[in-house]
Design a protein. Structure first.
Length: 365
């Protein structure tokens, strides 16, 4: 634990990429980890590489979880005054910068809150007419607080060129340094080219796992393993009920996930304009090609035809077209292709290795 530096993130609630990133950075950089709140069933303190301090208690209530985190940092962020340097990350944690006048404040951006910018209409469309006015007001409140906080930062880094461009487009911030998130590439390995395809994306609408499931419903001779959780899990299980070729495992441990990746044929990952995307890099680290979408962070990680196949993003404007495109990509990827791409995949993943991240991040802080 370092008394002069802290990494501060919104909350620990699910085993997602940003949560893993916070734990990994705090451990590697010997920084204190401070979060708004934590779900101890998902993040038992005894099982974590570093301890954390939670400012307030856990909540799982949708909508309130965001407001509670933001209010906690706004009202109780004085606990951060003792640190010489704080690296903020997330949407809500940065508002605590108001308590740190005269200290060094940095921001590592996974993405601006897209529900308050380019995806606002997408999220509002998922809600009832009664919910939309309330949500629109909440989005505006979060956006104003977020922009005021980011304006007070002494330095900003983004996890991808894609996210750096968003900071330019939404907040007018130019010249942001890009530091890709770390992947422990040596922890992944090729075991075999198995008989199943793997989805590890969080089960939320913007990850478009429903399209992947629907595609494999059209391919009963192809196996799909969905190794994650999220709000869409019950609906997706119901959708795929009766299809023996589709299996849902729920969230997996790190070791279980590495085993699944190392034994799959390929991974399928088609989110909406992904920020960066750890899953494709982890797949390639195990020598496995990625069937993805040609937009967002995947354009920075997956090499078309060399380490996977990227489907034209225009195919995702309509669900049926996207399903057909995924089916076509799976059919195109032969066993010879999978084996032939192994070396290129492993080599490409090395560009995002944890050692490279650690060097760049130390220079940043």
């Amino acid at each position: 634990m370092s008394p002069d530096k802290a990494f501060v993130y919104d909350f620990l609630s699910v085993q997602g990429g940003a949560e893993k990133f916070a734990l990994q950075v705090a451990e590697a950089m010997a920084m204190d980890l401070v979060v708004g709140y934590a779900d101890q069933s998902a993040f038992p303190p005894a099982g974590l590489p570093v301890p954390y301090k939670a400012i307030t208690g856990y909540t799982s209530v949708f909508g309130w979880h965001a407001l509670k985190a933001m209010l906690a940092f706004r009202r109780h962020g004085e606990c951060l005054r003792s640190y010489d340097t704080v690296v903020f990350s997330g949407f809500y944690a940065p508002v605590a910068v108001r308590h740190r006048a005269g200290k060094r404040n940095l921001y590592y951006c996974h993405t601006p809150p897209r529900f308050a910018y380019d995806l606002e209409d997408f999220y509002l469309d998922q809600m009832s007419p009664l919910q939309r006015p309330v949500a629109r007001g909440l989005f505006g409140l979060i956006r104003r607080n977020y922009e005021a906080a980011i304006a007070r930062m002494d330095g900003i880094a983004a996890n991808s060129a894609n996210v750096a461009q968003r900071l330019s487009d939404y907040l007018g911030i130019e010249g942001v340094e890009v530091i890709h998130p770390p992947v422990k590439t040596r922890a992944f390995r090729w075991f075999e080219a198995g008989d199943y395809y793997l989805s590890t994306a969080r089960l939320e609408p913007y990850k478009r796992v429903e399209l992947v499931v629907r595609a494999f419903m059209e391919m009963p001779n192809r196996q799909l393993v969905v190794a994650s959780g999220g709000s869409e899990l019950p609906a997706l299980k119901q959708l795929a009920a009766g299809y023996g070729n589709i299996r849902f495992t729920g969230w997996q441990s790190e070791q279980q996930l590495r085993e699944l990746i190392g034994r799959c044929a390929a991974t399928v990952y088609v989110p909406v304009d992904e920020d960066f995307g750890l899953s494709p890099v982890e797949s390639m680290a195990a020598g496995k090609p990625v069937i993805g979408v040609a937009e967002g962070g995947l354009l920075e990680t997956v090499q078309q035809g060399e380490t996977g196949f990227l489907i034209n993003k225009d195919h995702f404007s309509q669900g049926d077209t996207a399903v057909h495109a995924i089916c076509e990509a799976v059919a195109t990827l032969s066993l010879a292709d999978i084996q032939g791409m192994r070396a290129a995949c492993e080599q490409q993943a090395k560009a995002f290795d944890v050692k490279i991240f650690n060097r760049k991040f130390r220079d940043f802080i």
